[in-house]
Design a protein. Structure first.
Length: 388
């Protein structure tokens, strides 16, 4: 039987429109029943049947605040102009696995983000080396308009229990809050947040400036909102889910070490300390580098990505001081054959235009292998550090 808190949680989820199994999963995870992982071990729940046992991991996010945001989102459709007609921020799943690892990719409708989602699903062993728990884990694909994201819909048809699609326009704070509430209720953690959403040009609205004479205030503000502020607001609203992931990964590593029967305290302590922290990887661009700027131009895009670099570095410093730290990385994918680069490929030297498959593979490899010691660093697709 579910506890009172679990019943309340289930009702709240019903109001925000999350599927039945998500309700059961969230109830089972966080409200008195405990979370089953692998062979039926319980993690993190306070336990109705074992209420005398202390929870192994203290929950670090405020579920009531998340539920409030989700409820508000259900009542008031997102202000995003491109949002779907459904008031629900989430496509309900037929079955929500109690995944030991959750990756969230923003800007997943096309380009590098879409390819990352595909590889996380199709290449479970290879996609994030160094984070073995990512293999077979859950993937949340965030995009502005799930109803028009046909490639994601096709992937969801093939991986209905491993992929969920959530609506999130990074320039719309209500949409970010609603997405965080949805992910909190369905998964309770985010282990890897990869942010690819960005804008360089929009037909008839925005084009990269070739001279200061072409600088347009509205376009510049739009670039800063999407490329710098948006990803940082996502970090703000997903922060507790990231801390929760670090806490849980460490508790799980400690428990696994103890179960190996080499369970001296020092082994368990070592495993706990070396479990990977949650990671945020923000896609920047080499043109953001001030030291490497030899061509000029592209004022808004360049400067918005430089701002993203500074904000990401700031987060790296702040989140390293937390009890449950989070690793922050900046990534340059190279020049990649996507819609973003389409108008500017003429001068790309032979062999220097990468397929999205190649870029996604390289970048996921970097996300998987870097640790808290690398937090705040900026890496190119080949693993080389990029100068600021
Ligand atoms: N391609 C390159 O050569 C290259 C080079 C250096 C750096 N990068 C960086 O790599 C990342 C991925 O680029 P890409 O080539 O894959 O770009 P892309 O093909 O143009 O895709 C951009 C993605 O961002 C999404 N997006 C745009 N505005 C958004 C918003 N307000 N909220 C949420 N999502 C939004 C788009 O969604 P919609 O479908 O809804 O528009 C789309 O999914 C970007 O950060 C880019 O700056 C790319």
């Amino acid at each position: 039987m579910l506890s009172h808190a679990a019943t309340v949680s289930a009702r709240a989820l019903h109001r925000v429109g999350v599927g039945d199994v998500a309700r059961r999963a969230a109830a089972a995870r966080g409200f008195g029943v405990g979370r089953r992982v692998g062979g039926g071990r319980r993690l993190g729940g306070s336990g109705t049947s074992s209420s005398s046992r202390r929870p192994r991991v203290a929950r670090v996010f405020d579920r009531r605040a998340f539920r409030g945001a989700a409820r508000a989102a259900a009542d008031e459709p997102s202000s995003s102009s491109s949002s779907s007609s459904s008031p629900l921020p989430f496509s309900p799943l037929p079955d929500v696995p109690l995944s030991p690892h959750v990756s969230l990719v923003s800007g997943a409708s096309r380009g590098i983000g879409l390819e990352m989602v595909r590889q996380l699903l199709e290449r479970p062993d290879a996609s994030m080396r160094g984070r073995p728990s990512a293999a077979g884990g859950h993937v949340v694909a965030a995009c502005r308009d799930p109803s028009s994201a046909t490639a994601l819909a096709e992937l969801r048809g093939r991986y209905p229990t491993r992929l969920s699609v959530v609506r999130m326009d990074v320039t719309d704070v209500a949409a970010i809050e609603a997405a965080a509430a949805t992910v909190a209720e369905a998964h309770g953690r985010v282990d890897a947040l990869v942010q690819t959403a960005a804008v360089l040009h929009v037909a008839g609205e925005m084009a990269p400036e070739t001279s200061i004479a072409r600088l347009d205030e509205r376009s510049a503000i739009a670039a800063f909102r999407t490329n710098a502020l948006g990803p940082t607001l996502v970090v703000k609203h997903f922060a507790n889910l990231l801390h929760e992931a670090t806490a849980r990964a460490r508790a799980e590593a400690k428990e696994a070490a103890a179960e190996k029967e080499s369970d001296s305290d020092s082994d368990a302590g070592y495993a706990r300390a070396h479990a990977p922290a949650a990671v945020v990887a923000n896609l920047s661009a080499r043109v953001s580098s001030v030291g490497d700027n030899r061509l000029g131009g592209w004022h808004s895009y360049r400067a918005s990505k430089s701002a993203l670099n500074q904000l990401t570095k700031n987060c790296a410093i702040e989140f390293a001081r937390k009890k449950h730290p989070v690793t922050f990385l900046l990534l340059h994918p190279g020049t990649v054959a996507t819609d973003l680069s389409a108008p500017f490929r003429r001068n790309v030297p032979e062999g220097k235009l990468f397929a999205p498959e190649f870029a996604a593979e390289r970048l996921l490899g970097i996300v998987g292998e870097k640790t808290q010691e690398d937090t705040g660093k900026f890496f190119a697709w080949d693993g080389e550090e990029v100068q600021w």
